[in-house]
Design a protein around this ligand. Structure first.
Ligand code: NAD
Length: 423
């Protein structure tokens, strides 16, 4: 199947397919700018390996469910495939392919020697107890085993998965190999470098502060998604002096014009499971969060959050993409026309994969650095990558997203050409 064919009929246009169309559009723009030929475009728009598996999971009451799982390696020309594993009911092969493609560009942009991958299981983890989740994870590993390995494909957490999921994967893979292979995942508990989501949030903070171009003191922020990435991004931006006035999750949004007490909100979420109902803030609808007059808007939930429908009402001067693929191409154009700067996902949320890479390097060398060393390297790489993207954007009159893709796609294209993978 070639993924270069855009979807045509409404029935084919699932959220996953839209995410893939967005990814292909962004690749197409970069390929035009770089003057890439048709062969290379097709190669870069097509995943190297895609696997769809059926994962049986025995439920606590004894009955068997079968769910669909996926692992896609989009590109492995610059190194082993690297990418998160998502447990979410809306996951499909198109979404996983789009996210794998994004990982290729993200790793290339930060110039770390990885290709891009992603995995997913179409399941709502909230409907499974912990033993069911463990059985599901281990069975998924068995099904995708031929694609995995510290030199082949290295998963990390994403939506609906965490350090515990990675620990199960590490154990399942190692049991199969007959010896411990810690480099098969990153961000497995316990004792690794700071969690990947924490590093992602730290990177979003660094990107946001770089783009803000002024003192963060009092800059107002709204964050969509109060999960692993969103909650810590809010905290890190508040730590830097920003005023986080609104956050949302699936339940709705909460708003406090004077700034949210984030520790109090986290305690409420730990108790109730959602942000709505937090006593020290007003309730808002999901969409109202996007319409707030804030300096920085951080989408940190899922793909396709900012569309041509709500983009005209976005008043933030800066959109910093904590999530992968939260802005559609149509929304991108509207935001740009309205003077909003968008810091794209492959730049803004790269802190997680950078720290994952640094963790993997240490595992493969069996030699540990201090946490401070790893954090410093990540910060340096985020700052220099941001500067490189900003410079190219200014020089060529591109948006930050276009410039980031031109650099990233150019590096992957060069790897193909260097290895003579093309006529
Ligand atoms: P998560 O599951 O921990 O959190 C997701 C949050 O989004 C939850 O609070 C959920 O309630 C909320 N949400 C979902 N739909 C929403 C909606 N329509 N409106 C408002 N909130 C909604 O996931 P995460 O790991 O924090 O990942 C979030 C995003 O960041 C994803 O796009 C993911 O691919 C990306 N990302 C994650 C990592 C990581 O290390 N976890 C790294 C890079 C990028």
């Amino acid at each position: 199947m070639s993924v270069m064919v855009p979807s045509k009929t409404p029935a084919q246009i699932t959220p996953g397919r839209q995410a893939l169309d967005t990814a292909l559009y962004q690749l197409g723009q970069a390929a035009d700018h770089l003057g890439l030929g048709d062969g290379l475009r097709t190669m870069l728009g097509t995943p190297r390996r895609s696997l769809t598996v059926s994962v049986p999971v025995r439920r606590a009451d004894g009955h068997m469910d079968v769910v669909q799982g996926y692992r896609v390696q989009h590109n492995v020309s610059r190194g082993p495939a690297k990418g998160g594993l998502r447990f979410h009911p809306g996951t499909d092969i198109h979404q996983v392919t789009a996210l794998a493609m994004g990982m290729t560009w993200k790793c290339a942009l930060a110039d770390i020697p990885y290709g891009g991958a992603k995995g997913g299981v179409a399941v709502d983890p909230a409907t499974l107890d912990i033993r069911e989740l463990e059985r599901l994870t281990r069975r998924y590993v068995n099904e995708i085993l031929p694609m995995m390995g510290p030199d082949n494909d290295i998963p990390s957490p994403d939506v609906g998965t965490d350090e515990r999921t990675m620990a199960w994967i590490l154990d399942a893979y190692s049991v199969n190999a007959g010896h411990a292979l810690p480099g098969v995942v990153t961000s497995a508990a316990p004792g690794d470098s700071p969690g990947q989501a924490g590093a992602t949030s730290r990177g979003v903070q660094i990107a946001a502060l770089s783009a803000l171009g002024r003192s963060p003191e009092g800059a107002t922020v709204a964050v969509q998604g109060f999960g692993k990435v969103g909650a810590l991004t809010a905290q890190y931006l508040a730590d830097a002096g920003c005023k986080v006035v609104a956050v949302s999750d699936l339940s709705g949004a909460v708003y406090a014009p004077g700034g949210l007490d984030l520790a109090g909100l986290r305690a409420w979420v730990a108790e109730s499971g959602h942000v709505l109902g937090y006593r020290h803030a007003d309730a808002l609808g999901h969409d109202e969060l996007f319409e707030l007059d804030v300096d920085v808007l951080v989408p940190a939930a899922l793909e396709g959050a900012i569309t041509e429908v709500n983009a005209p009402r976005v008043r933030a001067r800066l959109v910093v993409e904590g999530a992968n693929g939260p802005t559609t191409p149509e929304a991108d154009e509207i935001l740009t026309a309205n003077g909003t700067t968008v810091v794209p996902d492959i730049l803004a949320n790269a802190g997680g994969v950078i720290v994952s890479y640094l963790e993997w390097v240490q595992i493969m060398q069996a030699y540990s650095w201090s946490v401070e060393q790893a954090e410093r390297r990540m910060r340096d790489l985020m700052v220099s990558t941001y500067a490189e993207v900003g410079t190219l954007a200014a020089r060529r009159g591109l948006t930050l997203r276009q410039a980031a893709h031109v650099i990233a796609v150019g590096r992957v294209a060069e790897a193909h050409q260097t290895r003579a993978l093309l006529p």
